[in-house]
Structure formats: structure tokens, C-alpha cells
Design a protein around this ligand. Sequence first.
Ligand SMILES: Nc1ncnc2c1ncn2[C@@H]1O[C@H](COP(=O)(O)OP(=O)(O)O)[C@@H](O)[C@H]1O
Ligand SMILES: [Mg+2]
Length: 367
Amino acid sequence: MIIKKLSLLNFKNHPEKKFDFSPQINCFVGNNGAGKTNILDALHYLSVGKSFLGNTDLNNIRSEEDFFAIEAEVENEDGEDIIKILQPKEAKKVIKKNDKSYNRMADHIGYLPSVMISPYDSNLISDSGESRRKFLDSMISQTNSEYLFDLIQYQKIVQQRNALLKYFAKNRTWDKDSLEIYDDPITRFGTKIFEKRKKFVEQLNPIVQNFYSIISGGKESVSVIYESHLLEGFDSDQPDKKFKDLLKESLERDRMLTYTSKGIHKDDLLFEMDHVLIKKIGSQGQQKSFLISLKLAQMSLVKELTHKTPILLLDDIFDKLDDHRVSQLIELVNQENFGQIFITDTHKERTESVVKKINEESIIFEI
Ligand SMILES: Nc1ncnc2c1ncn2[C@@H]1O[C@H](COP(=O)(O)OP(=O)(O)O)[C@@H](O)[C@H]1O
Ligand SMILES: [Mg+2]
């Protein structure tokens, strides 16, 4: 997938901006605060319909304005599409492909896959499981349109079950039968999600390991391990059984806690180095190498599963990585035939010299 043109209106600090992109490498250089990351964020919007930085949509409307609009001309295998995102201050966000609105936001996910490598990646190691779950979900969603739909359903039903548990506690009542109405749909959607996550991580792990050994050159070995309440004793011949049993077993506890304590909403990814959490023993350099390996593996697996080459968004990596890692990264990106790349940096000369090493067409935009 190639983004040929991009135009921004009132998006964050950009009143109006238009770009004609190179199909290969595009660099945004400029001072801190110039709005470089914001441009990558706009590209991220085109990919998954929301901000990479976790801002609410309304916060991305330029101060004092009434809307933002992002428009892009995208080249796919069969031709070109116009993707538009419009966020008015007073109405719902709209995403359109060729002037036709999507019924569900989830239907757009996966159209234009993307991978971001940014200084915020280290949060994946240090944060709670929620951010790793979100990362896993966003990777799988880009490869499987049903996944996000199932996940949204699952989350809704768990919320309803939790609300009922809280209602019981508040009103000092208990009605097991009405609670068990949720068992079926929770189990059905939850098990589907579990199986997809399990399979995805099994595919991802060896790719991460391979990139890590190339990048680090070290003897240590890393692993990405899927952790879930459903793993132990899961029987693929009766896939729904495990989750059903879990809900039954934890019924009394859920009643006391007033929320659903077991399920795939508690899943996590363990990032390990020599069988210990990287968070605990990895040096900063090892953690950085791991994160790049993880993102490159994401790129490679999404490409394999979707037969689309994701766009690669590299935010401030020259600042945060030493020269050695940057050149390895560039080399790998070159070797792997990655697609269109967008890079931000504060130093024009540095960007020029790195880009020169890559044997591809590039454009540098001064922001
Ligand atoms: N909704 C908004 N309206 C106006 N300016 C904004 C908005 N959101 C962010 N900004 C501005 O964008 C700037 C940061 O842009 P950013 O892309 O992070 O810069 P860079 O990556 O070039 O350092 C900040 O000055 C911030 O105030
Ligand atoms: Mg920035």
C-alpha cells in the first residue's frame, strides 16, 4: 500500500498542509514542536481510525477550529482510493473510502496496515498488561476483520455481566440464572479471540527471535509468550469448555469482587530474555533491540498474513537509537523489502546521510 498524497486541515497544529509522497522514503525534518509526529499520527489515523498517541479525537482538532479533516490518495493492488476522515466538533467522526462511509469503523481496519516505531514503544515493556493487550489486538485486527468485531462484542458482554454483578451487590440480591445468561456469549466470543491470539503469538515469536539475534548479535535469547487464563487444559476438541468451566469456578469470587475476574480480558504478553522478564534484567540497549525486533516482526507477519505491505512510521528513531542500531534497522528494512516509509527527525543533515545509505528514492519535507 502506498500513500500518494496527503492533505491535512486543522489537524493538531497544522492549519493546512499538502504532501506528494515518494512511494519509498519520506522524511519530515524540523524543530521540536514543529508538528512532525503529528503528521505520522495523521497517517496512523488513516490506518486505524484513531490517534497513535491515545488522544481523544476532539483533542486533535486544531485549537479554536470546528473540525479536522485528513484526506489521502492511496494506491492499492487494483487502483487508487480516496480515504477521508472528518471529525467535526459537534458530531461523530466519519471515515469514507471513495466517498462512501463505512458502516462500522472496524470495517476500515486492515485496509491500510501500518507499523509505528516510536520512543513510546518502551511503554510496552514497562506498562501494565493492558497496553500489551491493545498492541496485540491492533496487530491481529489489521490481519483479520472479524477479530475486532468479536472483541467489541466480548467487551460489551463482560461489561453487562459486571454491571449485573454490581447491581446484585448494591441491592443485596443474587440471581445465578440471570447471570449465567452471559456465559454462552462470553465463552463463544472469548474462545474465538483466545484461539486467534494464541495462533498469532505462536507465529510472531520465532520472527521476533530471528530479528533479535540479527540486531543484537548477542547470545541471549528472547521470547514473546502468550499468557491467558484459558491456556491451561485448553482442549481444541471442545474449545468452549475451558472458558465455561472458568466462569463456573470463579462465580463465587466474581460475586464478591463484583466483576468478571477470569477471561481473555486479563490476557498478557510476556517479553522474556533467557526466561526472565526483559523488564527485570534487560539493559536499555537490549530492551531497545527487543522492541525493534518486535516491531519488525509485526511488519513481517502482517505483510505475510494480509499480502499487503504495511506503511512503516519511524518517529524520532535517530534520536533514541545509537548509530549502530539505526544502521542495522535501515539495513534490515532494505533487505526485507519493506514498503513505504515515513521518518521524522530534528536534524536534516543526519537524515540526509542515513537516507543516502538506503538505495531508494526519498523526499525530505521541512516542517
Ligand atoms: N489540537 C491542537 N491544536 C493546536 N496545536 C496542537 C494541537 N495538538 C497538538 N498541538 C501542537 O503540536 C505541537 C507538537 O507537535 P509534534 O508533532 O509533537 O512536534 P514534533 O514531533 O515536530 O516535535 C505542539 O506544539 C502542540 O502544542
Ligand atoms: Mg515528535
